[in-house]
Each structure stands twice: as C-alpha cells, then as structure tokens.
Design a protein around this ligand. Structure first.
Ligand code: HPA
Length: 265
C-alpha cells in the first residue's frame, strides 16, 4: 500500500492542514497530538532514521483543534549522503492535503544576542553545503524560486503567536552545513561574514522540497549552543540533546498557540 493509503486507513481521510517536523530533542510535542502514531517503518519511502534523540513516528490527528501530521524525526543529509531523503515523506504530506509545513531544528548561534535556550525564526537561509535535493529532478519544476521561501504570512503568524505567549522570537539567517562533524571556528567566522546568524545540519533541503511541492514553509531554530569558537563550552551531540529541552518548552507553547490561532482564524 502507498504511504498515503496506510495513513488514511489508520488515521482517517480528513485532510491534514499542517505538517510539522520536529528537530533533535523537540519530540515532546508529538505526544500531545490526539490521534495515531504510525511508525516510519510502516510507511513506504519514509526514512530509516539513525540519529539518537529522534522519534521515528508520524503522528496524525488534531493538535489545538487543527488537523496535523507531526514528523517525530527527519533523515539528515549526513546520515546517508542523500539530500532528498525527505522527499517521499513530504510528497506524502502534500497528498494528505497539507498546505503548510513548519520545520524545527536545533542550531548553534553566531549572534551574541541569541543565546542557548533562545528561539530564532528563520527569515532566510544560506545553503553553505552547495547540495540540493532537486539535483536530478528532470522537469522544469526544479527551477524553484527561493525569494520569500520562508513564507511571510506564516512568519507573521508565528511572531504573533510568540508575542501572545511572551516568547522572544528574533528573526535570523540559518546556514545549512552538511555535518555530521561540527564546524571549525574558521568556518563559523566565514559563515558570519556571509551573513549567517545560526548554523545547523538540517532544514534547508526540506525548505527547498516544500517549495518545490507548493507547500508554504516556515522554520524555527532552538539554539542549543554558541557556534564553534564563540564560547568555551564543548560542542557535542550529547550537549545538543541536553540543551534542546531548554528551548523546547517555549517552542511547544509557541507552536500550540500558533495552531490555536489558525483554528480560530
Ligand atoms: N552546528 C551545527 N549544528 C548544530 C549546532 C552547531 O553548532 N548546534 C546544534 N546543531
């Protein structure tokens, strides 16, 4: 069976409005979805996720009265070297009826005013990796415009939700670094010169794929550390997982309020 059919058989055929992809250590929100959890292993084309701290289930149901599909985990480029790893899952989200996708991630900050535990709304991004999930796509649809890729309307709604929750949500530019090794201090200085405010190993391929599929998209980073060379703390995946919950509670409140406001709109 196609993944869409499996999902609709288990979760009902009511269209999904929003997709959400949860980053490292941000899985708690998925538990709040009233509906069903479907293991990725049951869904053809969905990734086999190998990163600890991720929950490989698709949670389909309602959250704050809005029909959602919450991805507990993503496949990163660095796992198998496939920048389009999330394409089948996002195609499935589109086929479920979703119009918008909200992405979350853990990231390192390059800005002294954005600290561990803070959130950052992506106003734009820089693809430092040079990789692209649409390489090999044979149709002219591959020439996706990326101006306003981070949807101005969704960003405004997320800012309004943040304000309503009393959560600071500065906007900045996210740079996608391939990983899985972290950046060197020299790379961080270079990224800063290029205009990056935060750095991470995900999200950008999904933004490109979402725009390709005609989904509106917005993304929020949870800052888990200052980027390499900007503080004395040791950067590690353990540290990322340990620090993510600091921002995760705020992010969860913000996203719930956002969905609640969409429900009333
Ligand atoms: N760099 C890249 N990815 C990250 C970082 C970082 O400093 N922190 C969390 N994810």
């Amino acid at each position: 069976m196609r993944s869409v059919e499996v999902i609709q058989a288990r979760a009902g055929a009511e269209p999904v409005r929003f997709g959400l992809i949860l980053g490292s250590g941000l899985g708690h929100l998925a538990q709040a979805v009233q509906g069903v959890a479907i293991p990725y292993a049951d869904l053809r084309g969905f990734p086999h996720v190998s990163v600890s701290g991720h929950d490989p289930n698709l949670h389909v149901g309602t959250l704050e009265g809005v029909r959602v599909a919450v991805f507990g985990a993503r496949e990163h480029y660095y796992e198998k070297g496939n920048p389009s790893a999330m394409r089948p899952a996002l195609e499935c989200l589109k086929a479920l009826g979703a119009q918008s996708l909200i992405l979350t991630n853990a990231a390192g900050s390059l800005r002294p005013d954005i600290r561990p535990g803070d959130l950052m709304l992506l106003g734009d991004h820089i693809n430092v990796s040079g990789l692209n999930p649409l390489i090999g796509e044979p149709t002219d649809a591959r020439f996706v415009p990326m101006t306003d890729a981070h949807d101005p309307g969704l960003r405004a709604a997320l800012r309004a939700a943040a304000q309503a929750e009393g959560v600071a949500l500065p906007e900045g530019v996210y740079a996608w670094y391939s990983g899985p090794s972290f950046e060197t201090p020299a790379e961080i200085r270079a990224i800063r010169t290029l205009g990056g405010d935060a750095v991470g190993m995900s999200t950008v391929p999904e933004v490109i794929l979402a725009r390709f599929l005609g989904l509106k998209v917005a993304a929020i980073s949870t800052i888990t550390n200052m980027a390499a060379g900007l503080s004395d703390e040791k950067i590690s995946h353990e540290h990322t997982k340990a620090m993510a919950p600091l921002g995760a509670a705020k992010l969860e409140r913000l996203l719930r309020r956002f969905l609640n406001m969409q429900n009333l709109a």
